[in-house]
Design a protein around this ligand. Structure first.
Ligand SMILES: C[S@@+](CC[C@H](N)C(=O)[O-])C[C@H]1O[C@@H](n2cnc3c(N)ncnc32)[C@H](O)[C@@H]1O
Length: 256
């Protein structure tokens, strides 16, 4: 198995996780040095130069996005999971994502739409979009997926036009502050599913009213609250820290 360029999690005895991309050089950590030449397969248990045993393995989606380098704020895995299932995104879907950002949602979408679907990912910020494309490359490498079923488009959301796309869209997913601009600009002429991720409830009210005005139906709004628990002997309790609020999800259908 070639391990070159594969993103892995290094997990120490303190349960801390470090995401690194394996290359040819040895890796220095606070646990000691890891001799990369000794990693011939994954997952693996390996002793560092200080004799500390580490687990090295390919990250899950959650571990990948929570430990990767990021610029723009990501959509958390709990919200990504709902976008995919409640949004009914499947291997036939042709998705327009507006707000590539750090590429967290992009990575999940590309792997779900697979070889038969397609993803267009739009952002008006070239630097963020470069970060998103790097994230996606790494994520696909980690899953050994050789997909090219996507394209990044550097564009302002309000300038979007359905003729920008050579496939019929099945979904539009937004993670930008003013998604109603797209609705006004696009005016879909075929059935489509709409999903917006929005941090503020005032934004939710605005997109709700605009979706109504644009003949969308089945408007479904929710917030997902996730609480992790810890077990240590007889002490079984929720984690001290949690993300109290990430964002609201708004789903809607246009039937034509
Ligand atoms: C919060 S980030 C998206 C994060 C992404 N969903 C993820 O999971 O990594 C929002 C992105 O939308 C882009 N953006 C904001 N307003 C925009 C607009 N009007 N048109 C196009 N892109 C926009 C920003 O440049 C930023 O990269």
């Amino acid at each position: 198995m070639s391990i070159n360029n594969i993103p892995v999690i290094i997990k120490g005895p303190d349960d801390k996780k470090i995401l690194v991309v394996l290359g040819e050089d040895n890796i220095d950590t606070h646990y000691g040095t890891i001799e990369v030449g000794k990693i011939t397969n994954l997952p693996v248990k390996i002793n560092t130069s200080k004799g500390i045993e580490l687990n090295i393995y390919i990250p899950s989606y959650r571990e990948f996005v929570l430990n990767m380098k990021r610029g723009a704020q990501i959509i958390y895995p709990k919200d990504v999971a709902s976008i995919i299932l409640d949004g009914d995104i499947n291997p036939q879907s042709v998705v327009l994502e507006v707000g590539s950002g750090s590429g967290a949602l992009t990575s999940a979408l590309v792997s779900i739409v697979g070889l038969n679907g397609y993803l267009y990912s739009v952002d008006n910020n070239k630097k963020n979009q470069y970060r998103a494309s790097k994230t996606l490359d790494r994520y696909l490498q980690s899953k050994k997926l050789n997909y090219s079923n996507y394209e990044f488009i550097n564009m302002e959301a309000a300038d979007l036009n359905l003729s920008n796309f050579d496939r019929d869209l099945t979904h539009i997913i937004t993670d930008i502050p003013e998604p109603w601009d797209i609705l006004k600009a696009i005016d879909p002429t075929s059935s489509i599913k709409w999903i917006s991720y929005l941090p503020n409830i005032t934004q939710v009210q605005l997109i709700h009213d605009q979706l109504n005005e644009s003949r969308f139906t089945n408007i479904y709004i929710k917030e997902i609250i996730e609480r992790e628990w810890k077990v240590k002997g007889n002490i079984v309790r929720p984690s001290h820290t949690m993300n109290g609020h990430t964002g609201f999800l708004v789903f809607a259908d246009l039937f034509i």
